[in-house]
Ligand binder design. Sequence first.
Ligand code: PEP
Ligand code: MG
Length: 567
Amino acid sequence: MFQGVNASDGIGIGVAQVAVEPDLSYTPKAHGDPDAEAERYNQALNKFVERTRAQAKRMAETVGEEEAQIMVGHINMAQDPFMIDEIQSRIGQGMAAEQATDEVCDMFYNMFAGMDDPLMRERAADVQDIRTGLMANLLGKEVIDLSVLPPNSIVVVAELTPSMTADIDKDNVVGIVTETGGRTSHSAIIARALEIPAVLSVPNCTTIARTGDTCVVDGSAGTVYVNPTDDELKEFREKAAQLAEEKKALEAYRGKETVTGDGDKVLLVANIGNPDDANGALEHDAEGVGLFRSEFLFMDAKELPSEEDQFAAYQKVALRMKGKPVIIRTLDVGGDKEIPYMKLKKEENPFMGYRAVRYCLDNPEQYKVQLRALLRASAFGDIKIMVPLVTCIEEIRDVKKLVEECKEELKAEGVKFNPDIEVGTMVETPAASLIADDLAEECDFFSIGTNDLIGYTMCADRGNDAIAYLYQVYQPAVLRSIKRIITEGNKKGIMVGMCGEAAADPLFIPLLVSFGLGEFSVSAPSVLRTRKIISQWTKAEADALAEKVMKLKTAGEVRECLEANAK
Ligand code: PEP
Ligand code: MG
């Protein structure tokens, strides 16, 4: 049994697919048989074309025709007579197929990368994919494509990037295991949204498991079993069946209002990463969207998405949610959220550096593109704007000034928008918490981002397992901060929500009921369970528990007390 970080609940039983970045290095050497070498290249090309064609077919069926065309473009480029001639002529002169392919791909890459037309520049990334495919075939290495996997696959990778996670074929993947990442990393967040059991940070998992091994992923316990015994397999099959039963029982909460044990109504909404996730939010009976992480739109693109592209995405969510509230967070770039084409300078301490609202306010023309798109989409639903990483009043004031400028522009252009659009703060820094009373006067709402608030309060990186004992919502310093934010927001009469992962923590929910949280924003699959737990606590019961907990001195004691009182 191997222990890692429990990142996405559920039991996955399946067959390991170990995806290791293939080592494509080679030693340049001449060869004596150009004909045999040319044939070797032809075979590598045919294999590449065959595989890419299969991927395109699958993509057309599962993702869409547009994405499939990207794969077809790879085939066309690899079969381009000019590219083939360049490679074959080098082989004819005695060069090995690996070097010839590498050199010609380099030539094509530089040609595309240097072009003015952004569409042509994008082709440079396609050349890289072709190079990887051809070289892997020539060197006899396997490239695992996460979008095309056999049924019941357990994906085992060193690191799962957000774009890799987005590619994952969710119908066939029953579990994810990685060597890096924590519970609040974006891979974990996406795994939860996809409802795939995941265990992260299992040291050396890519060498422990081999493709074809039977594996069990227990996403709740954070454990992985490679080639389990028959008894273990039986135990996990039973556990999986029991989980399925519990899930079925939660259906009783579908279509119900979210109320505390006293019948007091709160809002229960979902966190999403892209417009299509709105379907999942509705399927799980969310009452709106409490956090749309707009940076995923930027991460999935190859260059800054235009106002039209952004408008289309925000409008899509607004229309799908049919008048239900939708909070869209403006670009939260930097720190753990890298967007390569934005080319942010490397910093000594990126988590405390030039990021999120700081970057946006320093690039107002770029920020206004997003604000205009949000305002335009507000004509189609109840869109609210949320500003990440606010630490001082000036920031929220400056954002509001830009929003007003955009409103004036749109009015002059005769474009419709909601003139009363709400602008709120994502409260996720100790500074924002300490000035919550003043900040509340400048905002229409608060949403507490516990993922970062814990990290910044405890000076503990959310992805660093060595200091996981500090990175806990149960730390008294974090509890006091959360209580303060809710109390100050409520005093000023603004809605206070929470969109960090703690909002869905069954142990933590009674404290939030006691503090007076008005909105819980959780991953879509957690909606019904959260509704159930909220309904189990009256205000008086929650207050009695909170009173005890707030006197405790350590995170361990807090956790113990919450566990002992859990319903
Ligand atoms: C947070 O910080 O709590 C949050 C919800 O945002 P993210 O996880 O995207 O930083
Ligand atoms: Mg955050």
